[in-house]
Design a protein around this ligand. Structure first.
Ligand code: FAD
Length: 426
């Protein structure tokens, strides 16, 4: 069966690997001159920076992405090193920032800063909510009702800011609890050897060895429709016929490609729902240093920073991501939709945070990248994802616009691709 895939991001490549392995004839069209979308490396002054992700796989070697990579035979080594996650708190209990020093606690000790009463409540809620997860509100609303304390909101914003580029107030409680459940089940993050490109290169190898082709600098500008079917994609005015189309460009852009000419059932609702999706935005600051700044290969959450949610230093796991003797450290901060017009100010606040967090340490800012709109952190804010289907019976959407429930970032993409493939490869 002839399949065309629009976009060579992780969602497109995973789908192509899975389908080509199942014997489908696969052709990928990618608008950019590079493969991998927001999940590949940018070589810069000897460092392997990235087009998007922070070279981290949210559930490391145990998670849905790792499982899917193994399933298609992709040769990727994902290393999870202890401590997996660390939280930086002020040295003195009464401080509200890092100006007067800090101490680091392992993630499992996140309960320590809670009051005794809230710690007891937490034990109760951990036991009861796994069976009956709460619904119908944001995670922050739930926290305000059940565990009201400054620490609750700080740790929730740091965690969801890092993991989803959202504030706790913008994460539906159902999604938050599904994510927490997955954390228990699959464990914390890991670093793929070779960074993001280590993953996407391995997938390209699988696709091409299965006979698939990938065209770069080739934008799909339209679709040819016949009732509820897409019969061809249009590239440079030329029609390329296919039986099955997978779109890795999110629902809103896919809806645009379908256009308004069709009167296929469900199209109006699809366009309406796609328009409602607000991509999550963020800022990544890449630092170079001679000595390690955080000194481990996990995530450092920074709930007392003004903007920075978390930091990783991937060279503690894969030194090849920096020139010999150097370290690559990257911070991430969520940019709330209301701050999108003030990116310069948000960047300045992020840089101020890093000066406080790394007070007394020497580093150089390599690159500052901001992500929003059509090149966001997440095309669909987690918990608001539309599923893989579209009103066209042979057109499916994958990628971070169609993540599976409870899947953080690329784990959500892997879950979404799995769901999609269940529809196709029944
Ligand atoms: P994309 O990577 O966007 O791929 C879509 C591709 O389609 C693009 O290459 C695009 O050029 C192409 N395209 C678009 N339109 C067309 C067209 N008309 N024709 C042909 N091609 C087209 N995730 C993690 O798991 N861990 C992290 O540490 C992490 N950190 C992140 C930090 C930042 C700052 C950002 C921005 C993201 C981060 N993510 C992280 C998220 C992760 O990078 C994305 O979820 C993932 O890369 C998205 O993959 P995708 O396939 O959905 O989309």
């Amino acid at each position: 069966m002839k399949t065309i895939i629009i976009g060579s991001g992780l969602g497109g490549l995973l789908s192509a690997a899975k389908l080509s392995k199942a014997g489908y004839e696969v052709e990928i069209f990618e608008r950019l001159p590079i493969i991998g979308g927001r999940f590949t490396n940018i070589p810069y002054q000897g460092f392997q920076l990235s087009t998007g992700a922070l070279h981290m796989i949210p559930h490391g070697p145990e998670g849905p992405l790792s499982q899917l990579l193994k399933e298609v035979g992709a040769d990727v080594e994902i290393i999870r090193r202890k401590p997996v996650s660390v939280i930086r708190i002020p040295r003195n209990k009464k401080d509200i920032d890092y100006k007067f020093g800090h101490k680091d606690i392992i993630f499992e000790d996140f309960k320590i800063p809670f009051s005794l009463l809230n710690r007891l409540k937490l034990i109760y809620y951990i036991a009861t909510t796994r069976k009956n997860p709460p619904t119908g509100q944001s995670f922050e609303e739930w926290c305000r009702k059940h565990i009201p304390q400054d620490w609750t909101y700080r740790i929730s914003d740091a965690f969801f800011g890092w993991a989803l580029s959202l504030k706790g107030a913008d994460v539906p409680v159902e999604e938050a609890f599904a994510i927490i459940e997955n954390l228990y089940h699959f464990g914390g993050p890991g670093v793929p050897m070779g960074g993001c490109k280590g993953v996407t290169d391995a997938l390209v190898d699988i696709i091409t060895s299965n006979g698939g082709t990938i065209h770069t600098s080739t934008e799909v500008t339209g679709l040819k429709l016949d009732n509820d079917k897409v019969t061809a994609v249009i590239v440079d005015g030329v029609e390329h016929e296919a039986d099955l189309i997978i779109s890795d460009i999110g629902h809103p852009l896919t809806a645009k490609l379908i256009g308004t000419e069709t009167n296929v059932s469900g199209m109006d609702e699809y366009v309406h729902k796609s328009k409602d999706l607000k991509p999550s935005a963020g800022i990544k600051i890449c630092l170079s240093s001679d000595k390690p700044l955080i000194g481990h290969g996990g995530v450092l959450l920074t709930p007392y920073a003004k903007r920075v949610n978390g930091i990783c230093e991937v060279t503690n796991v894969d030194p090849s991501l920096a020139p010999a003797g150097k370290h690559l450290t990257m911070s991430h901060q969520c940019v709330h939709w209301s701050d999108l017009d003030n990116l310069d100010r948000e960047i300045e606040l992020g840089l101020e945070d890093l000066r406080d967090i790394f007070a007394g340490k020497e580093y150089e800012v390599l690159l500052i990248q901001s992500y929003s709109n059509d090149w966001p952190v997440n095309r669909s804010p987690s918990g608001a994802d539309l599923k893989n289907r579209t009103p066209m019976s042979n057109l499916f959407v994958v990628g971070d616009g169609a993540k599976g429930k409870g899947g953080i970032e690329v784990e959500g993409i892997a879950l979404g691709v799995k769901n999609c493939m269940q529809n196709i490869l029944m």
